[in-house]
Design a protein around this ligand. Sequence first.
Ligand SMILES: *[C@@H]1O[C@H](CO)[C@@H](O)[C@H](O)[C@H]1NC(C)=O
Ligand SMILES: *[C@@H]1O[C@H](CO)[C@@H](O)[C@H](O)[C@H]1NC(C)=O
Length: 301
Amino acid sequence: MRSCMLLAAAIPLVHGVRIIQSNDDGWAEANLRTFFNVLDKAGQQVILSGPAEQQSGTGSNDAAPTTVDADGCIHASCPGGSPPTGANTTDPRLNYVNSFPVTSIKTGIDVTAPKLWNGAKPELALTGPNVGSNVAIQAPFSGTIGAATYAAKTAKIPAIAFSGVTGDPTAWNAPTPLHSKVYADLALNVTQTIINSGKPFLPDNTFLNVNFPKVESNRCNSASQFKFIFTRINTGLVSARDANWCGSTRLPWEADVILFRGSDCYVSISPGDANDKTTVNDAAVQQQIINKLKPILSCLP
Ligand SMILES: *[C@@H]1O[C@H](CO)[C@@H](O)[C@H](O)[C@H]1NC(C)=O
Ligand SMILES: *[C@@H]1O[C@H](CO)[C@@H](O)[C@H](O)[C@H]1NC(C)=O
């Protein structure tokens, strides 16, 4: 009896992909926690390591974590004067790092995850969904993209950065907003598609920059209404031809898809170069990524 129960308890540990999660809005943000919950429910092994405080716009900054200031962690999620790093008291998978987004994901990859996984490192890094879009010229400043590119370039872990237009900072323990639920479901779909495509999950030194458009009470309000469009981070007017896709050798621009056609419920997925946070311009590498995402991609009309 007892050994049966132990066996049953051990089963979840041997299934699923080892995932590290982070963001730049803080470890206690509703978008991030809602995504954690759906990944966990889908059977993935997830460890969250996010900044103690709001760290938007901090790009690729990295510095040793310090004691939490007198105000405490974001949304009163830890008391003032807490140690530089810490975990939720009942769930060791939920962790804060009082520093930049890059530092928080690095600490998760190098310290927290191996401690909880018997020395094993994460196989996939997911950041966000960021509160607010990260398209085109916003990309270099984003801590959400900074953390993803750190994972892809420095830690050599395939990474996806997610961002959503709708919403304001919201505490993890407030009623979950509709947009957080929709974005988490959409992010799960992209994540499962990449996992199902097999390893390597993405080509070396690349990441995906995924943006979700507006979610409104009367439109684009459930994941099944959305279409996924393969796009570019920058317009690419003068760059070499893109992969031949949707009858063209120039991919649409993510800003156009998200900001100007957002009410058509289009999600943009751009292949990102982790070295400089711009589009992967190599058409052959673009094609490898298209092949992985094909089960969910649509063309613009
Ligand atoms: C810690 O985890 C518990 C159990 O999941 C939850 O009820 C609580 O709200 C969490 N607190 C923080 C700050 O994450
Ligand atoms: C993922 O998105 C695709 C394309 O919209 C859809 O056909 C599919 O049903 C979605 N998968 C899940 C698990 O929601």
